[in-house]
Design a binder for this molecule. Structure first.
Ligand code: 3AL
Length: 174
C-alpha cells in the first residue's frame, strides 16, 4: 500500500486499516486522519507519536491500560487482538512452561499493583528471556520513568504494526 493510497482513504477506511496500530486505541488513528496528506509512512508515524506525546499523563496511562498482559488471561482464553496474539506467539509467550507462566503472572501482578498500568514491551523486538529480564528490572523504576518507558514501547509496537500494514499489498483490512 503506497502513501497515496493511504492519503486517499476515507476516515472510516483509515480507522479500519490503522485502528489497532496502538493497541485498542482507534481514537489515535481517527485523530491523525485530519493531518493528511502524509508525505510518507514516517510522517504518519510521527503524527501518531506527536498525538500521544501531547496527551496528559492520564491519557498516556490510559493507552498503557488498553494493552493486554503479556502471557496473560487473554492469551489463555484466545481473546487477544490478532496483532497482539501474533506478537506474543513470535516471542514464544504462548509456549511457556507452567513455572515460567506462573513467574510471569506474579511479576505482571506486582508490576500492575506498583504502577497502576500493565507492563508494556514490544514483543516483536524481544524474546522470552529479555522480556522476563525487563519485567523484573523495570519493576524497580520510578513511576514517571516507567510510564515514559511504556510509552516508548507503545511507539515501537506501533512502528512494527505500521510496517507490516503498509508493506502488505493490497491493504488487508479494506
Ligand atoms: N503488554 C504488552 O506489552 N503487550 C503488547 N506488547 C506487544 O508487543 N504486543 C502487545 O499486545
Amino acid at each position: 500500500m503506497d502513501i497515496s493510497t493511504v492519503n486517499a482513504l476515507s476516515y472510516e477506511d483509515f480507522v479500519n486499516v490503522f485502528g489497532n496500530v496502538v493497541e485498542k486505541c482507534p481514537v489515535v488513528s481517527a485523530a491523525v486522519w485530519s493531518m493528511r496528506p502524509f508525505k510518507n509512512l514516517a510522517a504518519l508515524e510521527a503524527a501518531i507519536s506527536e498525538f500521544i506525546d501531547a496527551l496528559p499523563e492520564t491519557g498516556k496511562e490510559g493507552i498503557l491500560r488498553c494493552h493486554p498482559d503479556l502471557a496473560g488471561r487473554e492469551l489463555q482464553s484466545g481473546t487477544l487482538t490478532r496483532e497482539s496474539r501474533e506478537e506474543q506467539a513470535r516471542a514464544g509467550l504462548d509456549a511457556l512452561s507452567s513455572a515460567e507462566a506462573s513467574r510471569v503472572s506474579l511479576l505482571n501482578e506486582a508490576y500492575k499493583t506498583r504502577f497502576g498500568f500493565p507492563f508494556v514491551i514490544c514483543a516483536r523486538t524481544n524474546d522470552k528471556e529479555t522480556i522476563l529480564q525487563q519485567l523484573t528490572e523495570r519493576s524497580r523504576n520510578q513511576a514517571a520513568a516507567e510510564r515514559a518507558r511504556g510509552i516508548d514501547e507503545v511507539k515501537r509496537i506501533c512502528h512494527v504494526r505500521l510496517q507490516s500494514l503498509v508493506l502488505a499489498e493490497p491493504p488487508n483490512k479494506l
